[in-house]
Design a protein around this ligand. Structure first.
Ligand SMILES: Cc1cc2nc3c(=O)[nH]c(=O)nc-3n(C[C@H](O)[C@H](O)[C@H](O)COP(=O)(O)OP(=O)(O)OC[C@H]3O[C@@H](n4cnc5c(N)ncnc54)[C@H](O)[C@@H]3O)c2cc1C
Length: 304
């Protein structure tokens, strides 16, 4: 029996297991080939157990949130993909300390607490993705970022869970110890957030203003948000526009006319179409401006 088959047997009871699941169904880009094993888990404990089972079986494991910051290769993903739907949450009596499982929608949670008059996450209401993904990228917008409210996270390691203070996660602009590979193999199970009492009406007015700004600035359709981090001196979109790529297409992928740091799937794009445009933007910006664009979207899976 192969390591993959042994792992599949040991995952029984932890969630819904599928084979050769098309990742295109689970990414906001709508592209990506099959995952060998795809397990949907609905609790932090199942997420931890499945992470450990894969590590013990020596099978590559990838934790999937909402798939809103990844480009999955057309050849798909080898090993196990853990589809994280662990969404339990709890709070204390003044509702200022929240424990939220990592598969919870970050935007939906942010909207809920704003409605309850809690200050700290109004800026986050338009960010797709899970709390787990938000930790990995220190998700942020409009001057706020997760680090402002994150107190600690519960992580699954090889043999135990541990609570790690936010200060030890190396949270920076769209990065952390996870994106730098220092916490490879660790899974975010749960987050603890500190919010403060605020005024619900005032918070909801701010939420509405953020919604309006986002609708005005960002394209509709299938995409993964900003493709590149903003270099220190110029926003990435300005550099991409300056090299003549606004609205450029390749196959069924395009650089958005509306916001040229957004790469979009026009309908039936494959990952290779998107990757071609990304490489072209990187090449032209490097040649014309000597600036190395750094990808914010992670390319994952089997790229040849
Ligand atoms: C339209 C649009 C607008 C966006 N706007 C913003 C914005 O304003 N600000 C911003 O910061 N981002 C933005 N993004 C990007 C994206 O929403 C965020 O990066 C989000 O935090 C990713 O979360 P996710 O759950 O989708 O992660 P995924 O894309 O599923 O995964 C991303 C990475 O995180 C890892 N990961 C996910 N969950 C866990 C976990 N529990 N434990 C360990 N690793 C994990 C994955 O393995 C992968 O490496 C936008 C995206 C879109 C599509």
């Amino acid at each position: 029996m192969s390591a993959l088959e042994r792992l599949a047997a040991s995952l029984q009871g932890l969630g819904d297991l599928r084979r050769a699941e098309a990742m295109a169904r689970h990414t906001t880009f709508g592209v990506g080939g099959p995952a060998d094993l795809f397990l949907t888990v609905r609790s932090a404990d199942a997420l931890a157990a499945a992470t450990r089972a894969a590590r013990q079986a020596d099978v590559t494991v990838f934790v999937l949130g909402s798939g809103s910051n990844i480009l999955v290769a057309d050849a798909g993903m080898r090993g196990l993909v853990l589809d994280n739907r662990a969404r339990a949450e709890s709070t204390d009596a003044p509702k200022t300390t929240w424990r939220v499982e990592s598969g919870t929608s970050f935007a939906a949670f942010a909207r809920r607490v704003c409605r309850q008059g809690l200050e700290g996450l109004a800026w986050a209401v338009g960010i797709p993705g899970t709390l787990g993904g938000a930790v990995v990228y220190n998700a942020g917008a409009y001057g706020g970022c997760l680090a402002d409210v994150l107190r600690r996270v519960r992580l699954a390691d090889d043999d135990r869970d541990e609570w790690v203070p936010a200060a030890d996660l190396g949270l920076v602009y769209r990065g952390s110890v996870f994106t730098r590979g220092q916490f490879a193999g660790k899974t975010v199970l749960e987050t603890e957030l500190a919010l403060t009492p605020g005024n619900a009406a005032e918070l909801l007015a701010r939420v509405a203003a953020f919604d309006t700004r986002r609708i005005a600035a960002q394209p509709r359709g299938r995409n993964a948000g900003s493709m590149f981090k903003n270099p220190p001196d110029h926003p990435a979109w300005r550099l991409i526009e300056a090299v003549g790529l606004r609205g450029a297409t390749h196959g069924e992928a395009a650089i958005s006319e509306k916001h040229c740091n957004f790469f979009v799937n026009l309908g039936n794009a494959c990952a290779a179409d998107v990757a071609w445009l990304v490489a072209e933007a990187e090449r032209r910006v490097q040649e014309q401006f000597g600036v190395r664009l750094e990808r914010e979207v992670a390319f994952v899976g089997e790229w040849s």
